[in-house]
Design a protein around this ligand. Structure first.
Ligand SMILES: [Zn+2]
Length: 354
């Protein structure tokens, strides 16, 4: 039986809350409210600073009553790039401009030879987080398809082949994270919302390769991106109903992935699409990360209530729509509090009606 921090899942709290992953960094560590923000410290001070920030981020989550905690991605500059930086075969000096997720142009590193991982990337950080708390912990890794979409490939010349190589590397990393005591390993795959044919042809197969042999729980996070302009502009072109999830859901339902993390709050995703993955656990995004407006607990509860029509209560995990790295710390903390309070409203309703 799969366990969350060695306790049977049946004993866990109803509607356990978590975040999609990233949280804002302190201003002494990196420029706030900026993606790819450069570090403000160097050498040993940077190493120590990252760990201090991780502890603060954990404490913010704990004070807000978040049940499944994370490192807030305090030790990484970017959710994809930082992982790739540690791999062989990618030249960060040789850059090409490509269109990321068919949406915005970015200067990206080049794959110049076979990709491989010499040593673990995040395992020491995960061990450090594990030492700080007995709560269940979740660790995010980039998904294979999202990784290849952030690179220029001058070696494999095949998106599928490169994704498969990354899946093997991610599997090595995931197994070490599991051994370090991580309860849920999450793969971030916003690219699943864009390249539908590839998702079904090989994207989900690569994801299953990445989780092969894991005994801890596994999740895939599929969203409409951070609240940056390129994403909010793209969202305006998607019309009044966002049915992108419909494309990947049938195959995801059949996959071995345990949890699917989705953007639901303030989005135009028709909630009934969740029916297509009934039986899976769903991290329901009930916090909008693209606005500084703080949700009221009742707004969070409303989104969860709608989701409960299609997700069984024991499989619903209230969450944020996406990472909160680009927000201010004050706004992010207030949003965490709203998430907890909203989940609590629904817990009370569920216990009153049972
Ligand atoms: Zn996201």
């Amino acid at each position: 039986m799969k366990t969350l921090f060695n306790k049977p899942l049946t004993n866990k709290k109803t509607l356990p809350t978590s975040t999609a992953g990233s949280l804002p960094k302190p201003a002494w560590l990196a420029e706030p409210e900026t993606l790819w923000s450069p570090w403000k410290l160097q050498g040993n001070e940077l190493t120590e600073g990252k760990h201090d920030a991780l502890r603060l981020s954990l404490q913010d989550q704990q004070h807000a009553g978040i049940d499944i905690v994370s490192d807030g991605e305090q030790t990484r500059q970017h959710f994809v790039t930082t992982f790739i930086e540690h791999l062989n075969g990618v030249d960060f000096e040789k850059r090409k401009t490509v269109k990321i997720r068919d949406r915005y142009e970015a200067s990206v590193p080049t794959v110049v030879g076979p990709v491989s991982r010499q040593k673990s990337v995040f395992v020491e950080d995960a061990k450090f987080l594990r030492q700080q708390t007995k709560q269940p912990i979740k660790w995010a890794l980039p998904g294979p398809m999202t990784m290849i979409d952030t690179l220029y490939d001058d070696h494999y010349k095949s998106r599928e082949k490169l994704a498969w190589e990354f899946a093997k590397i991610l599997n090595q990393e995931a197994k070490e994270l599991e051994a370090a005591g991580v309860d849920i390993i999450q793969f971030d795959e916003p690219a699943f919302n864009v390249f539908f044919d590839e998702v079904n042809e090989w994207g989900i197969a690569c994801l299953e390769k990445a989780i092969e042999g894991l005994k801890c729980e596994t999740a895939v996070h599929i969203c409409y991106g951070y609240g940056i302009k390129a994403n909010t502009d793209w969202k305006k072109t998607l019309g009044s109903e966002w049915r992108q999830y419909e494309e990947a859901f049938p195959k995801l339902k059949k996959s071995n992935i345990d949890i699917i993390s989705l953007e639901c709050h303030n989005s135009h995703v028709p909630m009934e699409l969740l029916e297509l993955i009934r039986g899976k656990k769903v991290m329901v995004g009930a916090i909008d990360v693209a606005t500084d407006t703080i949700e009221t607990p009742e707004e969070v509860a409303n989104t969860l209530r709608k989701a409960l029509k299609f997700v069984d209560a024991d499989k619903l995990y209230p969450c944020t729509n996406c990472g909160m790295a680009p927000l201010s710390r004050k706004v992010a903390t207030a949003k965490l509090n709203a998430l907890s309070a909203g989940a609590e409203i629904i817990r009370r309703e569920l216990s009153a009606s049972s």
